[in-house]
Design a protein around this ligand. Sequence first.
Ligand code: FAD
Ligand code: SF4
Length: 329
Amino acid sequence: MNPFTYERASDASAAIELAKGNAAARYLGGGTNLVDLMRETVERPEMLVDVTGLPRGIEPRSDGGVLIGSAATNTALAADGHVRRHYPLLARAILAGASAQIRNMATVGGNILQRTRCRYFYDNAAACNKRQPGSGCDARDGFNRYHAILGASPACVATHPSDMCVALAALDATVHLEGPAGPRSIPLIDLHRLPGDRPDIETELKPGELITAVEIPPLPFARRSTYRKVRDRASYAFALVSVAAAIDLDNDGTVRDVRLALGGVAHKPWRASAAEAALKGRPANPESFRAAAEAELAAATGLRDNAFKIELAKRTIVAVLGELTGDDA
Ligand SMILES: Cc1cc2nc3c(=O)[nH]c(=O)nc-3n(C[C@H](O)[C@H](O)[C@H](O)COP(=O)(O)OP(=O)(O)OC[C@H]3O[C@@H](n4cnc5c(N)ncnc54)[C@H](O)[C@@H]3O)c2cc1C
Ligand code: SF4
């Protein structure tokens, strides 16, 4: 590990002031990802600004939404009564990730900004355009079982690893930021970028910007929601494919509204807008679910080891919607 200084910020302004103008400064949440990357010398910050002193409240809004401080731990968020009642898909997504010990340390801000788990990104001897722009991508012809089937580019086929973000994408969450140029907010679904020819630029964050909170709007029908993660092992495994879903049915069983997002398939949490559009107004049955899944995955492409994920994603969408509507056929 390279030498670095450590500062602890009491609030957002103090954190921003400490990091201001220093491209080699990094905000530190629970450290469960950043410290690993420092150990592998993929990240070499000169200064860590500990932001675990920022707000960690989980505040229900009068309209039914919720405001979550960026320093709230993953454990606290998954255990929160309001979240479990109104947004079960979010609690389930968080509990499907990592281990209890890691969730106790991991913060909401850090979870959103965790880096890809592509093994070549962590290996300084490998070619990786994300770690070293222009060096190539060893994953394309290497071990790519966990890699992207949607939205990838020749430069990078990595996936975003967060389970929590998939649920937040389905819920239309907004991320509140504060930085040297002041506060602003951005929809979570627009925060992470697709790789294009610059996979090293992963988000729309500006230099020195800090995540201060995440806000989820009210969505009454999210009470009927869930998260399913398909993975190689029951714990300590990232998603091959995951699906966050919420559905609202008319009395005659027609889909009035639906939210779907996928994990493990793209460089960012993937909002399944084509599937949502295909489902609205259709009867909630396996045929409609399969047609929606086909629509979403129509543009998917596979690599040597991950082509199976295209069919897996379709089947997981159908299974999750069946579970939510009681039509498990
Ligand atoms: C063995 C293992 C298994 C795991 N399995 C899963 C899994 O199955 N699913 C899953 O989703 N995750 C999994 N994780 C990842 C884990 O969820 C993340 O490491 C964790 O959420 C990161 O949160 P943190 O607070 O520790 O972030 P840190 O490591 O502190 O920071 C991560 C990044 O976010 C930045 N950052 C932190 N806070 C802020 C802020 N407020 N504003 C701006 N930037 C900030 C840091 O600078 C850094 O770049 C696993 C991790 C491990 C080690
Ligand atoms: S997939 Fe992306 S992160 Fe992985 S080696 Fe290729 S460029 Fe690097």
